[in-house]
Design a protein around this ligand. Sequence first.
Ligand SMILES: Nc1ncnc2c1ncn2[C@@H]1O[C@H](COP(=O)(O)OP(=O)(O)OP(=O)(O)O)[C@@H](O)[C@H]1O
Ligand SMILES: [Mg+2]
Length: 316
Amino acid sequence: MDAAIETTDLSKTFRSKQGEVTAVRDLTFQVSPGEVVGLLGPNGAGKTTTMRMLSTLERPTSGNAVVAGHDLLRDPHGVRQSIGLVAQSGGTRPIATARDELLLQARIHRLPDPAARAQAMIEAFHLADLADRPSMTLSGGQRRRLDLAIGLVHSPRLLFLDEPTAALDPPSRADLWQHIRDLRRRAGATIVLSTHHLDEADALCDRVLIVDHGRLVAEDSPARLKQQLGDDVLIVDLGPDHGRAHDAVAGLPGVRGVRGDGAQLRIGGENADELVSRVVLTLHDLGVEVRGVRVERPTLDDVFLALTAGAGTGHA
Ligand SMILES: Nc1ncnc2c1ncn2[C@@H]1O[C@H](COP(=O)(O)OP(=O)(O)OP(=O)(O)O)[C@@H](O)[C@H]1O
Ligand SMILES: [Mg+2]
């Protein structure tokens, strides 16, 4: 089957009097129909710009893409009809009510019974008590739920969600996860979502694309990305005099990556059991007190920080 999304050297440079910013550089990737793909990367990495280009809101500086079978540059209208977008900043008009916004979207998409569809979305997103108030009076999280309902009103087969769960409380986030899983299971929808919550990518995504400074730096399933860092992470708590510990440990055989803020090191490696003795002996020789040692499975956070080290995140 044809890919749901296929980009070729997609790039975007913003030019202004202050200078140039290349937000996205030569991004080439594919998304298969029915796949849920996560876009991960630090602030400013180019996630929103990528989604805005793929949903026709921003014109690429160079490169192109085929989105839901339509050429992005030659047939933006075809793309727009086939997709849904929930923007990072939302898109509701302040004085319109939630119900008005849903009705409008249902009509724009020429759904058979707009009022019934609006009501169904109001119920699905627990907006019943809020549906007839101006959207500007909703809280941030309530407005986010409305944004999602609007993006989903026409049951698009390809959906872009830009940080969909930002500002949601835990029950609303759990609700949204369920919506995403249902959409994919019942409608076979293809979903591209950006998130800073690695647990979210881990829970929802078949594949994650990690972007940094507009470039694709890694692309794989969450499980395989975690494996790249090693099977285990060794967590070592250190005493006060830990200045040289990081570099000494990083140079040891079997160590694939080290991060930490000084008093605690997270050490990725193939076999934590073997690493334990090596790390503890090395630290002992250095005169660094070891206060605790434990082994955990790596999280996507470990992978993400290892791949985007020093890229404006402030982490080692
Ligand atoms: N309209 C614009 N004009 C100038 N620069 C822009 C514009 N839009 C985005 N940028 C710049 O492009 C880069 C990528 O921004 P983008 O919004 O795509 O990042 P992001 O990965 O979505 O970040 P975040 O996690 O903070 O949402 C940033 O350096 C940003 O300042
Ligand atoms: Mg963004």
